[in-house]
Each structure stands twice: as structure tokens, then as C-alpha cells.
Design a protein around this ligand. Structure first.
Ligand SMILES: Cc1cc2nc3c(=O)[nH]c(=O)nc-3n(C[C@H](O)[C@H](O)[C@H](O)COP(=O)(O)OP(=O)(O)OC[C@H]3O[C@@H](n4cnc5c(N)ncnc54)[C@H](O)[C@@H]3O)c2cc1C
Ligand SMILES: *[C@@H]1O[C@H](CO)[C@@H](O)[C@H](O)[C@H]1NC(C)=O
Ligand SMILES: *[C@@H]1O[C@H](CO)[C@@H](O)[C@H](O)[C@H]1NC(C)=O
Ligand SMILES: *[C@@H]1O[C@H](CO)[C@@H](O)[C@H](O)[C@H]1NC(C)=O
Ligand SMILES: *[C@@H]1O[C@H](CO)[C@@H](O)[C@H](O)[C@H]1NC(C)=O
Length: 549
């Protein structure tokens, strides 16, 4: 009797659990479709005209000079500035964006290229029961899902392996990573899983075998940051923003407000860096999105605040693809001295990083030889002794300045916890600083909300969730096949174009057709030069020898 009762109870509990899991998964599916429908609705709602033909830089400069007054002028064409411009223009605000160099020439092209919620932040949030940290991760995970959706050609989920070297770490990491999946909820890219030592080495053969216990694999997004930045800027231009590169703000224009009698910012003096010509751009609201954040800004808000920002340089190096598998990254979130070490596959190469050294803010930070050697040494620690790590293998290196370093021991304002600050000066200048690439969109939304409120702009609500970026619409994972078929491109070239330009790759392929040339021609020309050199070189050599004789 007792046995049957127990069995019955087990059946009820087990059945209940299965039903609950099933119910939950159904709910998640339902919410997924609802979310997708909401995106479609958002795009249908957008009343801003969309240009099929992108205006030239010349036309954009003319628009900057001839428009009587913009609603919003954004200074800085990094991820944050471009995001603000897109947010503003799709709210039906008359928008301008100026960048003094190339778009994304600053920090935005020097990142680790991950679209991530921050596993480490989550760990901190849980260990310290910090709700703000938790919300920051949740928001970033939401933005991660959005970015992967609106620019599918430039971004993709990437499996990342955490090697485990101590038994006790396995359940600890596993629980942490599962939490990460759970916080992402329906926006979890793919579920994380545990690997045995053998399986881990099968997937990542270059890994050092010594002491390896196993590994945990989780998913984050990866993107081409510079291209993504361009896509955001170009989309803003398509919706009508006047967007110009090589245009620098030399000073802000100020006027006395007739209503309040106070001085306020009413535009900026810009300089076309190429011609040197200067002109004024008038705007109701100027947004400062010029990047690396300094304490001067926080001091503006409150003289008493301590310096919590120690700008630090992060160096990345590019090494050949044979240092990592094609589609698996490696990350050690907790080296003994608390740094993050990673190898990530990128464009058939491997990116390794990173350093964390105090620096002074400069426009074009350059990685030092010691930084490069430091990373190479770290790389050696993770790889099997068979793999010889050589200085000569370093193909490229770059340095980016981390704008904001929060001191975890100092209890600070909410916005610092969230890694970025939106502030409005007495003269009405809106500054957005800090944050991370992944959250550029929500930062832009917050900035524009603040700007609209402060300047009483007549604006529609934010429309950028689910708004497709340049090249994203009409892109499919098999688009490159059509490029091969229709334009006779090499497979690899077609894949590169599809992953770089998305659905606009056809326009690029068409351009190449006009002259009747195909890309590999570069290769053929090179052969020709080599052959000519082989023939001509010795001849010339002999001639000069003759001359000397
Ligand atoms: C080493 C490192 C790794 C990172 N990795 C990641 C990552 O993996 N994932 C992630 O989400 N985030 C990452 N980040 C953070 C992310 O890269 C930054 O938060 C983001 O790129 C900041 O963009 P931004 O537009 O604010 O600044 P910037 O990209 O620096 O843009 C500012 C722009 O303003 C322009 N400008 C300045 N002055 C003027 C002027 N007077 N007139 C006109 N233009 C002007 C500059 O030329 C520049 O292009 C990383 C950061 C660093 C340093
Ligand atoms: C940036 O400037 C270059 C040089 O003037 C120009 O050819 C290019 O079209 C510009 N890009 C954009 C997006 O305006
Ligand atoms: C713009 O913001 C940066 C920080 O991002 C700050 O250093 C700079 O002083 C600001 N510019 C102006 C004109 O206030
Ligand atoms: C920053 O600049 C100051 C003054 O120019 C210099 O003394 C200091 O060593 C620099 N710091 C770094 C980390 O380069
Ligand atoms: C804001 O603008 C509206 C019209 O667009 C106007 O009616 C209102 O008085 C303005 N408010 C302020 C505070 O300027």
C-alpha cells in the first residue's frame, strides 16, 4: 500500500514537473512570437521616409549648411553617436551627425567584438546580491538579442569555452553560466553545456592538456564592430539624417535664451577636415557623444565626487587562425590575478587579449611592445606546449581606451552602476558617456528621452527596437550562393561580401561587373608582376654587374 502511495505521489510530482516545464516552454514560445509580432508592428508604424539612394558626402555637407535649424546635432560618429542619430531621426526629429574622422575610428572599432551581457557582472551581482548589477546584465542580454536580430549579416552567436582546471570549479561555473542562460530567458541564444576533458580537447585541440578537468561552453554574440557602426550610421542617413564624416566640431555656439535669459547651446561651429572650410550648424539640442569619458564630466555634476575613472588601455592582438578552432572561442573569466583572457576566432584569424594598463586619454592610442609580449605570454599559458607562440605571428594589434572603471567598493549612483551617464549641462548640452557597445541602442534611447524632455522637442516615442539596419533586411544565411550563381564570384569572396554588406552585397557585386573584372584579378596581376620580376630581375642584376665590371 505504502509503496503504491509513494509511486502515485512520485507520478503526480513527476508529471507535474514535466507539465510545468512543458507549460513554461510553451509560454516562452508564445512570448517569442508575440515579441516578433511587436517588431513587425514597430516597423510598420514608422512614418519617416526611407531613401533608396544614399546621398553623397557633398550633398550631406550641403544639407548641414543649408538647414535652418536641426532638432538634434550629434557630435561623434562612434557606436553611441550613430545610435543617437538613428534614434533621433526615427522619432521624426530633424537630425545631424558629425564625426571628425572615419566613422568608428575611435573605441568603437577597437573593442573585443563581443555582444555580451557580461558573465562577470552577473557573478558580481549574485555574490553581492546587487540588484542594479543584475538589471544591467538583464538589459544587456535584451540588447544582445535585439542586435543579433537587426543586423544578422554582421553578427552571430559564438560558442565560448571556459576551460576548468579544478574539480570544484565545475559545478560553480556551471551554476553561474546556467544563471546567465536563465536571466536571458527567451532571449537565450543557445543553452550552455558541460564538456568532458576528451570532448573539450576534441573541439579545441590546441588547448593545454595538463590539469584540464573539463570545460563549459556558453553562447554570446560576436560582431564586426566597425561595420556595425557604419550600418547604424548609414541607416540613420537613409531615414534622412544629415551624416558627415571628416567634419569636426571646433566649438559650440551659444545664445541667450529669450525666455529665461540664460545662455544655452544652439549649435556648433564645424570644420570640413578635408577642405578646411568652416561653417555653423544650428540645432535646438546638441548631443556630445565623443567617447572616452573623463571625470571632468562627473565633476560638472558634483564637485565633490572622487575620481573613480582611471582610463585604462585594452590591447588586442591578431594571430593566425590556427591558434583557435574556427567556431569556438575560449575565455578564462578568472585568472589568478583577476583578469579576463580570451581567444576568439574572427575573420578566419584569432583575436587574443587583453591588457588593462593605466593610460592617458589620447585620440589614437598605440599598443606597446610590452603589451603585445604580455598577451603572447598569456596565450602560451593556455596552449599545448606543441604550439610554438611566436612574436612574428602577431599580424596586427590595437589599443582601445576603457572609458569607465568603477571601483566596486565605492557606493555610487545608479547610473555609474549601469556603466554610463547621461547628463545635461546648465547650457543644455546633453552628454552621453561610458557604457558598452552591446547597449548602444538603449543608451541612445535614454539619451534622446532626456534630450526631448530637456529641450521640449516634439518627438514620437523611440522606434529602434527591432528596426533593421543597413543590409540586414532581406539577408539570408544562403545569400552568398546567389552571389556566386549570378555574378560568378569565388565562394570565399561571395561569403565575405554577404557577411560585410548583407543584402547590399549585390550592389557591390554589380559595381565590380561594370569593368568586367573579377576580384581574383588582384591575384593574377600579382603573378604577372612576380613573373616579370623573375625574368627582369636577374637581367637587371647582370646589367648592373656588367656596369660595375
Ligand atoms: C579594449 C576594449 C574592449 C571592449 N570590448 C567590448 C565588447 O566586447 N563588447 C562591448 O559591448 N563593448 C566593448 N567595449 C566598450 C565599447 O567599445 C565602447 O563602449 C564603445 O565603443 C564606445 O563608443 P562611443 O561612440 O561612445 O565612443 P567612440 O567610438 O570613441 O566614438 C567617439 C567619436 O567621437 C569623435 N569625436 C571626438 N571629438 C570630436 C569632435 N570635436 N568633432 C567630431 N567628432 C569627434 C571621435 O573621432 C570618435 O569617432 C570595449 C572597450 C574597450 C576599450
Ligand atoms: C567619408 O568620407 C569619404 C571621403 O570624403 C567619402 O568618400 C565617404 O563617402 C564618406 N562616408 C560617408 C558615409 O559619408
Ligand atoms: C563631451 O563629453 C566628454 C566626455 O565624454 C567630455 O570630456 C567633454 O568635455 C565634453 N565636451 C563638452 C564640450 O562639454
Ligand atoms: C600621463 O601624463 C602625465 C603628464 O603628461 C605623465 O606624468 C604620466 O606619466 C602619464 N601617465 C601615463 C600612464 O602615461
Ligand atoms: C513645449 O512645446 C509646446 C508646443 O510644442 C508648448 O505648448 C509648451 O508651452 C512648451 N513648453 C515649454 C516648457 O517650453
Amino acid at each position: 500500500m505504502a509503496f503504491r502511495k509513494a509511486l502515485k505521489r512520485t507520478a503526480i510530482v513527476g508529471g507535474g514537473a514535466v507539465a510545468a516545464v512543458f507549460g513554461l516552454s510553451q509560454l516562452i514560445e508564445y512570448r517569442k512570437t508575440q515579441a516578433q509580432l511587436a517588431h513587425v508592428a514597430a516597423e510598420a508604424e514608422l512614418k519617416v521616409p526611407f531613401a533608396d539612394e544614399l546621398p553623397s558626402r557633398q550633398a550631406q555637407l550641403a544639407a548641414l549648411q543649408n538647414t535652418e535649424e536641426f532638432d538634434v546635432l550629434v557630435v561623434g560618429g562612434g557606436a553611441t553617436g550613430a545610435g543617437c542619430a538613428l534614434d533621433a531621426v526615427t522619432r521624426n526629429l530633424k537630425t545631424a551627425l558629425v564625426e571628425r574622422s572615419d566613422f568608428s575610428s575611435g573605441t568603437s572599432s577597437r573593442s573585443t567584438k563581443l555582444i555580451h551581457g557580461g558573465v562577470r557582472y552577473l557573478q558580481k551581482a549574485i555574490m553581492k546580491l546587487d540588484y542594479e548589477q543584475y538589471m544591467m546584465v538583464k538589459e544587456a542580454l535584451h540588447e544582445r538579442a535585439n542586435l543579433l536580430e537587426i543586423a544578422p549579416h554582421l553578427s552571430a552567436p559564438l560558442p565560448i569555452m571556459l576551460p576548468v582546471y579544478k574539480w570544484w570549479q565545475l559545478p560553480y561555473y556551471w551554476a553561474g553560466i546556467k544563471m546567465y542562460d536563465l536571466v536571458a530567458g527567451i532571449q537565450c541564444l543557445k543553452s550552455s553545456y558541460v564538456l568532458s576533458k576528451t570532448k573539450a580537447l576534441e573541439l579545441f585541440p590546441m588547448l593545454k592538456k595538463d590539469k584540464l578537468v573539463g570545460a563549459i561552453v556558453y553562447y554570446d554574440g560576436q560582431h564586426n564592430d566597425a561595420r556595425m557602426n557604419m550600418a547604424i550610421g548609414l541607416t540613420a542617413a537613409r531615414y534622412g539624417a544629415a551624416v558627415a564624416n571628416y567634419t569636426e566640431v571646433v566649438r559650440l555656439l551659444k545664445t541667450n535664451d529669450p525666455l529665461t535669459g540664460k545662455e544655452r547651446v544652439c549649435g556648433a561651429r564645424c570644420r570640413d577636415v578635408i577642405t578646411g572650410q568652416e561653417f555653423d550648424v544650428k540645432a535646438k539640442c546638441v548631443i556630445n557623444a565623443t567617447g572616452p569619458f573623463t571625470d571632468s564630466l562627473r565633476k560638472m555634476d558634483n564637485e565633490e565626487t572622487q575620481n573613480i575613472c582611471q582610463p585604462s588601455a585594452g590591447v588586442h592582438i591578431v594571430i593566425p587562425g590556427y591558434y583557435s578552432p574556427d567556431n569556438m572561442g575560449l575565455l578564462d573569466p578568472a585568472t589568478s590575478d583577476g583578469r579576463v583572457i580570451f581567444f576568439l576566432p574572427w575573420e578566419k584569424m584569432t583575436i587574443a587579449g587583453t591588457t588593462d594598463t593605466p593610460t592617458n586619454v589620447t585620440a589614437h592610442p598605440i599598443p606597446g611592445e610590452d603589451d603585445i609580449n604580455f598577451i603572447l605570454n598569456e596565450v602560451r599559458n593556455y596552449l599545448s606546449p606543441d604550439v610554438e607562440v611566436r612574436r612574428g605571428d602577431v599580424l596586427a594589434a590595437w589599443s582601445g581606451i576603457r572609458p569607465l572603471v568603477t571601483d566596486p567598493s565605492s557606493k555610487d549612483t545608479q547610473s555609474i552602476c549601469r556603466n554610463h551617464i547621461v547628463s545635461i549641462s546648465d547650457t543644455g548640452l546633453v552628454t552621453i558617456a561610458g557604457g558598452k557597445w552591446t547597449t548602444y541602442r538603449s543608451m541612445a534611447e535614454e539619451t534622446l528621452d532626456a534630450a526631448v524632455k530637456a529641450h521640449n522637442l516634439s518627438s514620437e516615442p523611440c522606434k529602434t527596437v527591432g528596426l533593421m539596419l543597413e543590409g540586414g533586411k532581406g539577408w539570408t544565411p544562403t545569400l552568398y550562393i546567389r552571389l556566386v550563381q549570378d555574378y560568378g564570384l569565388e565562394n570565399e569572396v561571395a561569403q565575405h561580401l554577404a557577411a560585410t554588406y548583407g543584402s547590399k552585397a549585390f550592389d557591390v557585386a554589380k559595381m565590380a561587373q561594370v569593368t568586367g573584372q573579377r576580384w581574383p584579378i588582384v591575384g593574377k596581376r600579382l603573378y604577372l608582376v612576380i613573373i616579370l620580376y623573375l625574368i627582369y630581375g636577374p637581367l637587371q642584376c647582370k646589367c648592373s654587374l656588367l656596369y660595375f665590371i
